[in-house]
Design a protein around this ligand. Sequence first.
Ligand SMILES: [Zn+2]
Length: 443
Amino acid sequence: MVGVAVLLLSIALSPWLAAAPRLAAPAQSSATSPPSHAVVRSPTSPPAPPVGYTLTPAQRARALAYAHAQYRDYFLAVALALAIYFLFWVLQVGAVLRRRARKISPRLFVQCLIVTPLLLGAAALVEWPLDYHSSFVLGHRFGLSTESFGAWLADWGKSLALELIAAIFLVWVFYLLVRRSPRRGWFYFWCLTLPLGLCIALVEPYVIEPLFFKFTPLEQKHPVLVERIEQMLHHAGLRIPPSRIFEMDASAKTRELNAYVSGLGPSKRVVVWNTTLHALSADEVLEVLGHETGHYVLHHIVKEFIWDELVALVFFWLGFRVFEWALARWGPQTGLEGTGDVASLPLVLLILALLVFFSDPVVNAISRHYEHQADKFALQVTEGVVPNPNAAEAQAFQVLGERDLSDPDPSPFIRFWLYSHPPIADRIRFAETYRPASTAPAR
Ligand SMILES: [Zn+2]
């Protein structure tokens, strides 16, 4: 699990924390592959028999080992976060810090400025070994990561710094609102997550993403590909300016393949990892971009944001009731003075971690719905532009699965709890068998 402040942010900002939709696929570089001209598949040509997701026994064993290690780390991270906040709460760490902070200043903001980074920083340090294992050790053990320890540590530090800055502000606003309105403060806080989430989505491509990767307009190195993308978009009556399609230097850190959509309004963009461009044929890249374009033109970022905010509203309401109940029952014994007391931050984080954990299946179900729509959109939008969209998308997923070590057969529970995308085998089966009714993409 990434730093603890993400817990605080993740409900409000889940669409962006969960951004980076996974897609992709092999063999020849799109830069060197000859531009294949639009060939409409003959409607009478028989569809190829579906073959599904196929792995050699060795590939399968590796993918399963990697997936199971990731699942284990995820649940361990949740348990660890809960344990840390619980201990901070019952050991009255928050109360001790708040007492010290009060001596320095009576102002709430100053108290938040002292208590929040100390609590979250301490939790992040305790969580560091598990972070290191799940994102550095496993990545190298399974040959997915190309990042040096120094670069990884720098990224870890940058993420933590961003989380702490965001957390100080959010914690301050939360207690400010709860003090002003003990009954409805939680609701006003939720209201604030709406403009805040939109603002973060707007500036993320300019402010946050460049901290971790370099982005260049795709047309700089892949003009032929961009030409075909324009052709695909034009074919569907859509327009995304080439200046909004970027290549990301993912290979500096990873061998995994991916593409995603981020930003909002004027900052909205499609990003393809350079690893994806190197591993896939031009047709397969077009399927990947067709999928990402689907998120873009079907307004998935905003739609998912609205759904996730509605989920957050329910969970915030529930969380605040639990917060009040816990304070009434154990507040005095644990040194807490009420809902507006900054010392209650460990309890707030404990409840928030539980809420985030239990909201994961709901948020992921929403995401899977839109990911499936985007898969369908890719097949529709590339019809008549890619000679055989079904084969190209299925092959793209096949390569993505192989390269990213996707679990070939996640259990129903794991799918339900953790999968923001349909399992790769399901996506391949769909890609192989779906027949668009018309070439006009559904909006
Ligand atoms: Zn996606």
